[in-house]
Design a protein around this ligand. Structure first.
Ligand SMILES: Nc1nc2c(c(=O)[nH]1)N[C@@H](CN(C=O)c1ccc(C(=O)N[C@@H](CCC(=O)O)C(=O)O)cc1)CN2
Length: 294
């Protein structure tokens, strides 16, 4: 029997129904990078320094920031990085040539081609030219296929980050209804596959989906990967849903309207400080694995 202040507190707790968890990507990231630092030190004792090559084409300021963040993150845990910055007018052939050089460079364990590339470049062809052994960003069709079949070594990094956050916070997914909003090749499609592989019942929604709100109202887990700022509203959610916001819109704004979704959710990732930092940690992790397996 609970009496007094405690009983009032419990009634209030039950009335609000859900305890909130802010899914802290910086915390998850810190744990991953601490482990990676130790693994990098061990590799260095064997004269192997994990090395990530990043390729940026053009002058998109956000992409410049992300590539810089990746290079800095490598340095912080003792990894090497090679930063290649190609001009906006680079041709597809020139880009393929550069990727080929990196494929053949034995010092390089992982290759990242920053998306998006300028419109005149065939991005798919460029992604496909990355050696599967060095596809630490999970962008090749072979990498995606392996991920979908459940034996991929390097799933695309944002989907991998979402799964890592789910694991870190021990959020149950088997038998849960996960709704992914977005179907891009390096986000919506692979995260749907990863959730399915972990026994969620997955609905993938996209721009032609009718009744999005009604589908979302049945979701236990929502992954927002739509690329539209503040798009998902709290009113659309089931009480107690877990919300993972993979949006990275201008001004560090997510795809989820945080304040209204926070009210409804039992757990939610913020932007910034949610999926983003873990995405970079997964890229480092995949590169370290590639170096370990060399
Ligand atoms: N080849 C790829 N291109 C792109 C990917 C990718 O995974 N592979 N993802 C996105 C952008 N992205 C990485 O490239 C990315 C975006 C945002 C963050 C991040 O940590 N954001 C911070 C805030 C940023 C800041 O402080 O300025 C956060 O959310 O806390 C990391 C990676 C597109 N392209």
């Amino acid at each position: 029997m609970v009496t007094g202040f405690l009983s009032l507190f419990l009634i209030d707790w039950e009335a609000n129904n859900v305890a909130k968890t802010i899914l802290d990507g910086n915390l998850v990231s810190k744990a991953i990078r601490e482990d990676l630092k130790k693994r990098v030190d061990l590799l260095k004792e064997k004269n192997v320094t994990p090395c990530l090559a990043t390729i940026l084409v053009g002058d998109n300021p956000s992409s410049e920031t992300y590539v810089k963040m990746k290079g800095n993150a490598c340095a912080k845990i003792g990894m090497e990085s090679i930063r290649i910055h190609l001009p906006e007018n680079t041709s597809t052939e020139e880009l393929l040539e550069k990727i080929n050089e990196l494929n053949e460079n034995p010092k390089v364990h992982g290759i990242l081609l920053q998306h998006p590339v300028p419109a005149h470049i065939d991005e798919r062809l460029a992604f496909e030219s990355i050696s599967i052994k060095k596809d630490v960003d999970g962008v090749t069709s072979m990498g995606y296929g392996q991920t979908a079949l459940g034996f991929g070594k390097y799933p695309a990094c944002t989907p991998a980050a979402i799964m890592e956050i789910i694991r870190y916070y021990q959020i149950p997914i088997a038998g849960k209804h996960a709704v992914v909003v977005g179907r891009s090749p390096i986000l919506g499609k692979p995260v749907s596959a990863l959730l399915l592989n972990d026994d969620a019942t997955v609905t993938t929604c996209h721009s032609k989906t009718t009744n999005l709100e009604s589908i979302l109202s049945q979701a236990d887990i929502v992954v927002a990967a739509v690329g539209k700022p503040n798009f998902i509203l709290g009113d659309w959610l089931k009480e107690g849903a877990v919300v993972l916001d993979a949006g990275y819109n201008k001004g560090n704004v997510g795809d989820v309207d945080y304040d209204s979704c926070y009210e409804k959710a039992s757990a939610i990732t913020p932007v910034p400080g949610g999926v983003g930092p873990v995405t970079i940690s997964m890229l480092l992790k995949h590169t370290v694995i590639a170096a370990e397996e060399m």
